[in-house]
Write a protein that binds this ligand. Structure first.
Ligand SMILES: Nc1ncnc2c1ncn2[C@@H]1O[C@H](COP(=O)(O)OP(=O)(O)O)[C@@H](O)[C@H]1O
Ligand SMILES: [Mg+2]
Length: 253
């Protein structure tokens, strides 16, 4: 059974950025193979990895409503197409969920998808899901358990409380969360005493364990602008070092 790592947090806080760094971490530590799932309808994890996505799960679900090639069941077709949609890279495959369901009933298509996901999951040691703010895709992918939930927040007290509320969205989805931590991202450095006290106070009020703080990083912004893969970021970059230290502790068991 693969371990599931999932991201939570409101838009723009750094979920995709941190997902790319987790992927860098897992592949460099040989914690592979990994299935990286871009579950944001505005797929952009692939951009941080400098990879092209040609076919999304959303597109496959739509096709499944039409005619099947002769001699193929819908399950077989789904399985074939999902395999085609995977972008293969060193140590990991990338899957993009694409646009959400349009009008009409997708129950059947989603059932086929759930079955395919069950088979596919067995091939991986880790499944990393970069969610958008909601986490509906997790149940669509038939994932019943999150081994590691990473909740990302901006460095404001309000942001940290919002992060807690979003993390609690896993409750109604009936997904069991084994371990979670909060990462406060884009903390200005040097961090003033007052800001630090405010952050600590807010974190404490959430009851979530603090994974750590990540700085605002110009290296990351530059890498994004030139379209370079985050996997190739220098390991001496402060943001990478700090992120890896958080992951060392969080993924230790
Ligand atoms: N620590 C950071 N330092 C500098 N820029 C960052 C940092 N974290 C995120 N960003 C930038 O903020 C924007 C939003 O980040 P992103 O990871 O896409 O957020 P989310 O996936 O939560 O919507 C991106 O342009 C990203 O490069
Ligand atoms: Mg994102």
């Amino acid at each position: 059974m693969p371990k599931v790592i999932a991201m939570a947090g409101k838009g723009g806080v750094g979920k995709t950025t941190i997902s790319a760094l987790i992927l860098k971490y897992l592949t460099e530590k040989n914690m592979t193979p990994v299935l990286a799932v871009d579950a944001d309808s505005n797929a952009n994890l692939n951009e941080l990895l400098a990879l092209d996505v040609n076919l999304t799960i959303g597109q496959i679900r739509k096709e499944l409503k039409g005619d099947m090639p002769p001699n193929m069941t819908r399950d077989q077709y789904m399985e074939m197409k999902v395999h085609q949609s995977l972008v293969e890279a060193k140590g990991f495959d990338l899957m993009a969920m694409g646009q959400p369901d349009g009008p009409g009933c997708y129950c059947a298509a989603n059932q086929h998808l759930a079955m395919t996901m069950d088979h596919l999951a067995d091939n991986y040691k880790y499944i990393l899901v970069d969610n958008e703010a909601g986490m509906e895709h997790l149940s669509r992918m038939n994932l019943r358990q999150i081994d590691y939930l990473i909740v990302v927040s901006d460095p404001s007290a309000r942001g940290i409380l919002t992060a807690k509320r979003i993390a609690e969205l896993t409750g109604p989805l009936a997904i069991e969360v084994k371990k979670k931590c909060l990462i406060v991202n884009r903390v200005p450095e040097p961090t003033g005493k007052e800001l630090m006290a405010k952050i600590n106070e807010a974190v404490e009020s959430t009851g979530m364990p603090l994974g750590g703080l990540l700085p605002a990083s110009t290296e990351l912004v530059e890498q994004e602008i030139i379209g370079g893969s985050y996997l190739l970021l220098d390991n001496q970059v402060e943001m990478v070092k700090k992120a890896f230290a958080i992951f060392d502790e969080f993924f230790a068991d």
